[in-house]
Structure formats: C-alpha cells, structure tokens
Design a protein around this ligand. Structure first.
Ligand code: ZN
Length: 297
C-alpha cells in the first residue's frame, strides 16, 4: 500500500515538473519575441555628408556647454576709418610727426587741413563721406561675423575728427591693420578701378621702411581679392608721404580708393548696396587669407 502511494506521488511530481517546464519554455519564448535585439548591420555605410550638410553641426554630438567657434579672424584687431565727414575742418595740423626738412615731399611744409568733406558722385550726387561709411559698416559686419574685433573711427557723418585723431584712435587700439576707406575722382570720366595708397619713406628709418614694405605686400593682395569679388579694374599700390592719416599711423595702414565717383558706371556701383556687399566680401576673403600674416607680425 505504501509502495503504491509512493508511485502515485512520484508520478504526480513528474507531471507537475513537466507542466512547469512547459510553462517556463512558453514564457521565455514569448519574452524573446517581445524584446527583439536591435538590428546592427556591420556592412551598413555611413552616408558621406554633402553640400550644406557637410558644414552643419550634427546636433546630437553637441554638448550643451560647447563653446561656439570663435571664427577664422579671432584675435585680430582691424581698424576701419570711413574717409571724411559731413563738415570738413579747414584748421591745420602737422602732416607728419617727423621733421619736414627730412622729407621734401611732405605737403605744404608740414601743415594740412584737419579733414575735408571729400568728393561726390558726378552722376549720383552722393557725397563720398556717405559712401565710405556705408561701405565701412558692411566691411565691419563681415569681419565681425568672422571673429575679428573691429575698431571704427566713426559710425556717423556728424563727427569732427582730424586725420591725426583718426590715426591715433587706431594706434591706441593696437590695430593689426587699418583700412582707410575712400573713393576717387578724376577729370577724365573714363578713368576707373580700385587703387591703394601706403606710406612713403617717412622719417627714413629702417623701421619705417620695413613697415612700408609690409603694407605694400598686404595692399597688393588686398586689391587682388577686392577685384576678384567685385570685378573692378585693379590699379596700383602707390606710396606717398602726403597723407596725414598714414604718416601718423604707428600700425600698418592702407588707404583703399574703392573706385572713381567721376566714372558713371563706378559711381552708380559704389552707391549700390549689392556692390558694397561685394567689396566687403572681397576684403573679408583677404583678411581670412592673411590673418596669420597679420597676427604674427
Ligand atoms: Zn577721400
């Protein structure tokens, strides 16, 4: 009798174990279906970014604390002097800081008007001081967008700044380069194109001449970039001891004569915001290409 009970109990245990086994199997199969493994294709190619996508920052890799790109002109201090002002100042100031007897070229002995109101468009009638400020503000926007620090001598027409004042603003700011923005005029209406002016022999010192040679290299390149962006005719880089703004500049300084307001086509272009943007683009391209030169002088 005991033996019979044992056999029944054993059989019951086997049944229970069998049923449990089936239950565990069914549950585990069910789970494996509910949580599929992520499919990873080892041969899947990462698409190469193209065009716009190539420059786009992939947002998923950005840390919330990531610092923005300072730009290719970071660290560069660029002075911009928009030539002239609404009212000229005919009071005189010394054209050069050195003894004029050392240099026969210096204008009127040593004295020159503090500042003039400049030329004006023969066809548009727009004044030079208006055009130079419009162009300068566009150059400023381009350079700042690329990370440069821009020092403006004026941002309005109603100032009274002599050419020595303008030079000293940029000297004090330790500008790596100063761009003096002007427009040209000539008796012959056919004359056109962009040209630059840099310092002459000045006080005759080796240091002064070296600064002039450095400016010449930069100005030549600037005209090339300028003409590439605008399609303007490239004229010369000229030297002179007659510009107060250059003579008093202790930092590299270039006068850019952006075009002739006495030429009908160029006069119309110089007042056009689209053309002014092209000028700014050309100068910004030049600044990026020469930022290393400018920072390491
Ligand atoms: Zn001028």
């Amino acid at each position: 009798m005991n033996k019979k009970i044992l056999i029944i109990l054993f059989a019951a245990l086997v049944c229970v174990a069998f049923v449990l086994g089936i239950v565990i199997f069914v549950v585990s199969v069910g789970e494996s279906h509910n949580t599929p493994k992520p499919t990873e294709d080892p041969y899947a190619e990462t698409p190469e970014p193209t065009g716009e996508q190539a420059t786009a920052e992939p947002s998923f890799t950005e840390e919330p604390t990531a610092t923005p790109d300072p730009g290719p002109l970071a660290g560069l201090i660029i002075g911009i002097d928009p030539g002239h002002q609404r009212r000229g100042n005919s009071e005189k100031e010394p054209c050069a800081p050195w003894d004029a007897s050392k240099n026969a070229q210096v204008n009127n002995g040593t004295m020159k008007a503090k500042t003039t109101s400049g030329t004006s468009g023969k066809f548009t009638n727009v004044d030079e001081y208006v055009v130079t400020l419009d162009i300068s503000l566009k150059i400023k926007a381009h350079l700042e967008a690329l990370g440069a620090t821009v020092v403006m001598t004026r941002e309005t027409a109603d100032v009274d700044l002599s050419n020595i004042d303008r030079a000293e603003i940029c000297n004090k700011a330790n500008c790596h380069i100063v761009l003096r923005i002007h427009c040209n005029g000539a008796d012959n209406p056919a004359v056109n194109g962009v040209e630059a002016w840099i310092r002459g022999n000045g006080d005759g010192s080796d240091e002064y001449k070296a600064l002039g040679a450095y400016e010449k290299k930069l100005a030549e390149a600037l005209l090339t970039y300028y003409c590439e962006a605008t399609g303007a005719t490239k004229r010369n880089v000229n030297t002179s001891d007659n510009y107060t703004g250059l003579n008093w500049s202790t930092v590299p300084s270039i006068i850019i004569e952006c075009g002739f307001m006495s030429n009908e086509e160029e006069d119309n272009l110089l007042v056009s915001p689209d053309y002014q943007e092209k000028i700014a683009t050309g100068i910004a391209n030049w600044a990026v290409a020469y930022s290393g030169t400018l920072l390491n002088r």
